[in-house]
Structures are given as structure tokens and as C-alpha cells.
Design a protein around this ligand. Sequence first.
Ligand code: BTN
Length: 266
Amino acid sequence: MYDPLPVALPLPTAWLGHPLVFLRSVDSTNRLLAKWGDDGAAEGFVLVADFQQAGRGRRGRDWVADPGSSLLFSLLLRPTMQPDRLGLLPLVVGVAVARALEKHLGLRPALKWPNDLLLDGQKCAGSLIEMAPSEGGHRVVVGTGLNVNQEPATLASLPEATSLRLALGHEVPRGPLLAALLGELERAYDDFRAGWQPHESWHRRATLLGQPITVHPAQGTPWPATAVALAEDGSLLVQDEQGERHALRAADVSVRATRSDPTVAP
Ligand code: BTN
């Protein structure tokens, strides 16, 4: 079934999604909204697409989704807070997306640093946050991709991915879910602007802490470590095999659970 997004979607928001533009197809909602932002679009502008020809993931990866299968959207923010506080934005976004899935669908997603959403250990959503300095602050584009109605066959080539449909056993209408997501994103961002610290809410949903992980740097060889804690500035504290501690920044690395070798008998 194809679930068309209603273009005139009723939103539970005061400023986020006013306006909201829906496109059937675009190269990347993040790329286009960044351009519109640089051309003067206002804070709260939301761009939604049914399909992206060149969807962007974190750290140069692609984000691929069949037409109509997902929620693919970007929002424009113009924060004027201290740049070091902006490092917490990935946590704010992750918590907001998790809350929407909890309240709207009764799911219990886990957060993998910084803002991947996992269901039963498999990824259903991620966000790419791209920022540039602009007059008096920053122009920030928060782009989220959420696997909604993909079927198992579509995800077969992505062994670490899942969809809401797979987790719930039924299709999920995308319009009301998008409205719920924007409602939670607006609330979390308003609270964040007013001084809220997202650490505890993030921590309550965190996966991987205390576990063996592999750190994938932008360049060079992946290295094994143990995820220790979330730092005050939003970076991930890890300990390498020599016992040395490192603070990882979301812009520089990605981390994955280190899988035990399934060919080795227990
Ligand atoms: C990740 O790597 O986990 C982040 C994925 C972010 C994908 C979304 S889809 C909508 C928006 N537009 C893009 O090009 N990317 C983000």
C-alpha cells in the first residue's frame, strides 16, 4: 500500500513546520534546505520528501529508501547559543525522536551515540545535523531519516536495519507520525533553548555503554574500545585496549557494537 503524506498536515506545533514543504522527489532534503536557509528561509522551515536521489547519512555515507517507504525530512534552526552547547544538539534530537516513537507507537527504542534509534539492536532512524556560521549565530539543518513501512525483502541488503512496520507487525501511517515527531522536536528544542540538559533523558535510553565497541575514524583503521560514558559536552568517553581514555566527537567518528564471532562455538 502506498501511504501518501497529506500536504496540509495538521501540526501540534507553534513554530516548527510553519511552513512545511512536501516534495515527491529531491536529491537531499538537507542539501536543499541548507540552500534555502542560506538564501534567508526562516527558523522552523521543514522540508519533507517522499524520495531522495542522493540522501546523505552521517560521515559521508548514503541514506537510501524506496519512494514512500520512510519519513525523510529536514528542519531549519537558527540557534544563537554558545557554539559549545551546539554539541548537545544531536542528543536533543535523538531524545525527541525516541519520545515520539514511545508516545505515538508505544515502542521502546534505544539510543546509540549520538542519535541512532535502535529497535531490538537494529537501526530504524538516524539524523544528520549540518551547521554553518551565519549572522548572529548558526544556520543548522537537522535531517532525519526514519524507516517506516519497509518490508523485510527491502531491508535484506541492510542486515543492521529495521523498520517500524517490522517491529510492530503492521503498517504505520506516516502523516500522524510526522506530526508527532515535529511536536516532540519542537518541545525538546524549546526546552534546550531554555537551558534543559538532555544527558539524563539520553542516558535512560542509551545502549552500548559499558560494552565493547569498534571506533570508526574518518580516516585510518577502526580500533577496539569500551564505551564508558557520555561526557558533559556530548562526546562519548571510551577506553582503548591500552587503558587510555578518549573523548569522541560525533563529527569525527562513528561507533558500532563489536559483534562476537558467530562461527566460534560458545
Ligand atoms: C545517519 O547516517 O544515521 C543519518 C541519516 C540522515 C538521513 C536523513 S533523510 C532526510 C535528510 N536528508 C538527507 O540527505 N539526510 C537526512
